[in-house]
Design a binder for this molecule. Structure first.
Ligand SMILES: Cc1cc2nc3c(=O)[nH]c(=O)nc-3n(C[C@H](O)[C@H](O)[C@H](O)COP(=O)(O)OP(=O)(O)OC[C@H]3O[C@@H](n4cnc5c(N)ncnc54)[C@H](O)[C@@H]3O)c2cc1C
Length: 420
């Protein structure tokens, strides 16, 4: 209770110098999906936005991601949906088989709404879609600024590792991802343990579109999960690319990537998924593969005074349901809307309380589903077959599964999002 009163005093102090129609000076840490979307939405609402990124050249990490109807709606609000669709590839179904060829999962976006689909997109392409309009919208982008310290959450100033300082800002958004360095300073009780399993990813050409139209996965128990996601254009503009992932325990990723590529392709992948192994016939090493780990972020409230965590920094989770980037996009546009209606740090509180009715559900569902797809032993894959086979066949279950997949499950209604 005393903590809540203390927080309220910080917010009051943060709002003291602002008049109701103020154009806010906003600092955003992290040029990822959430940071860029927030920067664009807020700049278009007339705020003065500085976006600070650790890397000298802001760049995307990883291979592909699946934009769900929620993420696409957020991109629509940013007038970027067409650009994303033009570079990505439609994904109409999620299909999962086990190593014996039994269908474990078959979810069709059409069961949510006729004609609906997700969009698989290469991260570099999504990065370009979000990055291109930033400078024209007036966002100041500072690269090579690894922010290590935030001073005074009521009137925040950011410091980078080179000793430079930025601010003071009216509001700071911390969008530095699931391994956030600033989260601990703002929320000392936050936790972000690494999930025991991660994955390796790469991008392959699919000239004959053998993997088009669906996110396909093949499982052997829960110890092997291999997936192929069509992502449309590759980072160099090449057509019909597919992102391929293979799950690996985090402790074994280095050893996996130091192992024999041909042995993996011919002895592990080929028996499970011959067509995909064939697509690697011209590869003879691990070049082009990247590693991915994920964290289970739990923070409590995301805001302190004039600062708020956003995206994975606030609610990172495993990518089992393919929602993290979508949640970050929705975070951004709903926050910009809140601040348009009430341009002061007090808006952060209502925004996070509202968003958590969406993000909380997906964090919980992703966490609950992760061992069904990434774990050892017989129990979890048995439960997966038990739980998902009816989901794929019975109408009521199927609809519930599809709602979960589309990202549209939320306690309470989605607020109307205005175009900035
Ligand atoms: C294997 C894998 C598959 C995934 N698949 C999907 C999917 O299909 N669909 C989906 O929606 N999501 C997916 N996700 C999740 C998605 O990638 C994340 O949820 C999303 O990238 C989060 O965006 P963000 O902006 O919060 O953080 P990030 O994209 O991680 O961006 C953080 C940025 O902050 C910068 N930064 C970090 N520290 C600092 C610092 N101290 N100072 C300045 N800058 C800093 C980083 O360089 C980076 O640019 C997947 C994730 C993984 C790992």
């Amino acid at each position: 209770m005393r903590g809540a009163r203390h927080d309220d005093r910080i917010v009051e102090r943060a709002s003291e110098h602002l008049s109701p129609m103020t154009t806010l000076k906003i600092g955003i840490v992290g040029c990822g999906v959430g940071g860029m979307a927030a920067a664009l939405a807020l700049a278009r609402h007339g705020h003065a936005v500085t976006l600070l990124e650790a890397f000298e050249q802001a760049r995307p990490v990883g291979s592909g991601l699946l934009l769900q109807p929620t993420g696409l709606a957020a991109l629509r609000a940013l007038q970027l949906e067409d650009a994303a669709r033009a570079t990505g590839a439609p994904v109409r179904e999620l299909i999962g088989h086990d190593s014996k060829g039994r269908r474990v999962m078959a979810l069709d976006y059409g069961d949510w709404r006729p004609g609906a689909h997700g969009v698989g997109i290469h991260r570099a392409a999504l990065f370009d879609v979000l990055h291109a309009p930033l400078a024209p919208a007036g966002v100041e982008i500072v690269t090579g600024a690894r922010i290590t310290r935030l001073v005074d959450p009521a009137r925040p100033v950011l410091h980078d590792e080179a000793g430079r300082s930025f601010g003071p800002f009216d509001i700071v958004l911390v969008a530095d991802g699931s391994a956030s360095t600033l989260r601990g300073a703002l929320k000392p009780r936050a936790r972000a343990p690494v999930y025991p399993w991660g994955a390796v990813w790469t991008n392959i050409a699919d000239p004959n579109e053998r993997f088009a139209g669906a996110l396909r996965q093949v499982y052997h128990r829960a110890e092997v999960m291999c997936g192929a996601l069509p992502v449309g254009k590759g980072p160099g503009g090449e057509q019909n690319c597919t992102a391929v992932f293979w799950s690996v325990p985090v402790a074994g990723i280095d050893a996996f990537l130091a192992g024999d590529f041909s042995a993996w392709r011919d002895r592990r992948l080929a028996p499970l998924w011959p067509e995909l192994a064939q697509a690697f016939s011209n590869h003879d090493d691990w070049s082009g593969f990247s590693r991915a780990i994920y964290r289970d972020v739990s923070v409590g409230r995301w805001d302190v005074g004039a600062c708020a965590l956003i995206g994975d920094a606030a609610h990172g989770t495993s990518p089992q349901l393919g929602q993290g980037g979508n949640l970050a996009l929705v975070d951004a546009v709903e926050l910009a809307d809140r601040l348009a209606a009430s341009p002061s740090p007090t808006a952060l509180k209502g925004w996070q309380a509202d968003r958590r009715r969406h993000t909380g559900l997906y964090q919980l569902a992703s966490k609950a589903l992760t061992p069904l797809f990434q774990s050892r032993g017989w129990f979890w894959p048995w439960l997966r077959t038990f739980a998902f086979t009816p989901t794929s066949r019975l109408p009521g279950f199927r609809q519930a599964g599809v709602r979960l997949l589309t990202g549209t499950l939320r306690l309470g209604r989605f607020p109307r999002v205005s175009k900035p």
